[in-house]
Design a protein. Structure first.
Length: 248
């Protein structure tokens, strides 16, 4: 999983850069608005909103932006009604990709995303074409500095209801059933364990190694998809060379 973990770190660095430009704030606002529209404006009673607010804090989204998004979510205007979609496809090297989309124009999004795939050596597929290669999991990232020893952390996590723990690039990663994510996170934090990130993610069952020109092409595809305003999350079953993810 080393390559996949470095990819997560690379995404985090890029999101930090996007935050400086305001792009990530736009995506976070969409998520907050959608979460509020679906489950109300109380984070205690709305797990999706709680996750969105935690991510907003992670990227230092200004409080006024967060408040504005919540108010828009509570409003009665149809202007901010985003449709949630899952796009599936294949990238260079035959890797499987899943995209979480929030859009106010389904046809525009489909056309633009299809063009990005085609331009960078991939192709947008039909619904269900790659979903079977992933499992939906709660994923909690714990930085190694400040964390308990691996065996102690594993015991804490399992007692709280986690399914597994792995040590990846500079962090421990705790995997849970989606319904147990918040309970496990709260138990870890109550025990004094530092939690860097907690989210629901699509975790690949197996990974495909991609190298050389195909790896370079795949990175260009991923960058182009991440830059699209409607793309909220990208999941893939690829493993790229460590040096490419560190340098890129």
């Amino acid at each position: 999983m080393a390559g996949h973990s470095k990819w997560a770190n690379r995404k985090h660095r890029k999101a930090r850069q996007d935050a400086k430009r305001g792009k990530i704030f736009s995506k976070l606002s969409r998520e907050i608005i959608t979460a509020v529209r679906q489950g109300g404006g109380d984070p205690a009673a709305n797990p999706r909103l709680r996750l969105a607010l935690e991510r907003a804090r992670q990227f230092s989204m200004p409080a006024e932006n967060v408040e504005r998004a919540i108010k828009r979510g509570l409003g009665e205007s149809d202007a901010d009604n985003y449709e949630e979609l899952i796009y599936e496809g294949y990238g260079p090297g035959g890797v499987a990709l899943m995209l979480e989309i929030l859009t106010d124009n389904r046809n525009r999004s489909a056309s633009e995303i299809r063009h990005i795939f085609a331009k960078h050596g991939g192709n947008l597929g039909e619904s269900g074409c790659v979903a079977w290669m992933f499992d939906r999991k709660g994923v909690i990232t714990v930085p190694v500095p400040g964390a308990p020893a691996e065996d102690d952390l594993l015991l804490l996590a399992l007692e709280a209801g986690a399914e597994d723990l792995k040590q990846e690039e500079g962090a421990f990663v705790v995997y849970t059933d989606p319904d147990d994510l918040h309970r496990v996170r709260e138990a870890l934090e109550k025990a004094g364990v530092p939690v860097e990130d907690a989210a629901l993610r699509m975790v690949p069952k197996t990974e495909v190694k991609v190298e050389g020109k195909e790896a370079e092409q795949l990175l260009r595809l991923l960058d182009a998809l991440e830059d699209h305003d409607d793309v909220q999350e990208i999941y893939g079953n690829f493993e790229l060379p460590d040096e490419m993810l560190v340098e890129s």
